[in-house]
Design a protein around this ligand. Structure first.
Ligand SMILES: Nc1nc2c(ncn2[C@@H]2O[C@H](COP(=O)(O)OP(=O)(O)OP(=O)(O)O)[C@@H](O)[C@H]2O)c(=O)[nH]1
Length: 394
């Protein structure tokens, strides 16, 4: 499916940069336009692929290109004030070619977590296409302020988008990794999953196996209904019939598995069914109780002769049982190569311990603020101490 990507804040811009790299590498064709918005000049300068004319600096009157320093209320204010600057960049996008907008942001900082929901609301008002969010949650050891920003912003972002796809940095950290090195790896994990999904929805309808290929409406239908989504992904390297020229010929998109060789068919079916299980029960972009998903989509990717329809169907049926949902879609995405994969998109998930904890922090912070206000009105001496705690939080 064709997307207009808008990265808000540092993490948002870097992930959009990675989406561009991925789209180019797999010849996905799902990025119609890429824009980065930030309050910090240096973050915009650090991007590699987003065209310079699409790097939009906002909030100059307030912060002079220095960023909002994790103040997400200020992030929201400057986004509100300078939304026209972002709109000018979007005006150059052929939006009639776009299936959806995707606003990408880290939820822990100030610019992205404050600005992304503001931008999403604006896009919803102007355009008829769905507006999705890709929200990146901070690691738990990043400190109270990041957690608080994420807790507050999450609720607003979910409300303003048609669906919020979530990636939790905390679930994807590796011990002993440098912060920057860690982000590079994590960003590749992000775009590999979400990029593969969007690229799958972009296979042309003229393709020889188009009837079983996922199209953009299936992704849109799975995401419609709102709420929060997460993705699971599993791959396995297969022995293709030959290497080199023969292999590339046999894995061309037109040579779909026709089920004539029973042994091969059985192996391909079992492999796919097991990959769907692994993808669902392995590490999700946002860990959650799978049975709480409202809708789902299973996509098999890889060399066409390995994409057993029976395998996708069995995986789909298994996911129906696992989630208790009757709205599980399935399809494939022939890519060639020697890796078979399964992507499982779970949408409308409600049982997510990490989100419950974030919401709790946001509610407690709000209560503390209200408590301080009340006590302040009552003139209690405790105010000084408690406001000190609040200063530390904000
Ligand atoms: N996955 C991932 N997360 C990142 C990356 N960079 C920052 N983050 C996360 O994003 C959050 C911080 O958001 P940033 O995007 O740096 O902040 P910002 O939105 O630019 O806001 P300010 O810097 O406060 O103006 C933190 O929770 C980080 O963990 C990245 O490249 N990848």
């Amino acid at each position: 499916m064709k997307l207009a990507l808008i990265g808000f804040g540092q993490a948002g811009g870097k992930v959009v940069d990675q989406f561009l790299a991925y789209d180019e590498r797999v010849d996905g064709g799902f990025v119609e336009a890429a824009i980065a918005v930030n309050t910090a000049t240096t973050d915009l300068q650090g991007l590699e692929r987003v065209p310079r004319s699409n790097r939009i600096l906002i909030g100059q009157a307030r912060v002079n290109g220095h960023g909002v320093g994790a103040d997400n209320e200020l992030g929201a204010e400057v986004a509100e004030a300078d939304i026209d600057e972002v709109q000018h960049a979007i005006d150059d996008v052929p939006t009639h070619e776009v299936d959806a907008f995707l606003v990408v942001a880290g939820m822990g900082g100030g610019s992205g977590s404050g600005g992304a929901p503001v931008l999403a609301r604006h896009l919803q008002r102007i355009y008829t296409q769905p507006v999705y969010g890709l929200g990146i949650l901070p690691a738990t050891d990043e400190g109270g302020l990041y957690t608080l920003n994420a807790g507050r912003s999450f609720r607003t972002f979910v409300r303003e988008v048609d669906n919020l796809l979530v990636f939790d940095n905390d679930a994807w950290r590796s011990a002993g990794e440098s912060v920057e090195g860690g982000y590079d790896r994590i960003n590749r994990e992000i775009v590999e999953r979400f990029g593969l999904l969007f690229a799958a929805g972009e296979v042309g309808s003229g393709d020889a196996v188009a009837e079983s290929v996922v199209d953009s409406s299936e992704i849109i239908n799975t995401l419609s209904g709102g709420g929060v989504s997460t993705i699971g992904y599993a791959t396995e390297t297969v022995e293709t019939s030959a290497s080199g020229l023969l292999s590339s010929l046999s894995s061309s998109k037109g040579s779909k598995h026709d089920g004539t060789d029973l042994d091969t068919d059985g192996a391909a079916t079992n492999r796919l069914t097991s990959l769907v299980r692994k993808a669902t029960l392995g590490r999700l972009t946002l860990p959650c109780d799978v049975s709480s998903a409202d809708r789902g989509l299973v996509v098999a990717s890889g060399p066409a002769e390995e994409l057993s329809r029976k395998g996708v169907e069995r995986g789909r049926t298994w996911l129906e049982e696992e989630t208790g949902s009757m709205e599980i879609r399935g399809g494939d995405y022939p890519t060639g190569g020697d890796e078979v994969g399964a992507i499982v998109l779970l949408s409308g998930v409600t049982d997510v311990p990490r989100i419950d904890r974030l919401q709790q922090v946001a509610v407690e912070a709000k209560e503390t603020t209200e408590d301080v206000r009340t006590r302040s009105q009552e003139g209690t001496a405790a105010l000084v101490d408690t406001s000190g705690e609040l200063d530390a939080l904000f």
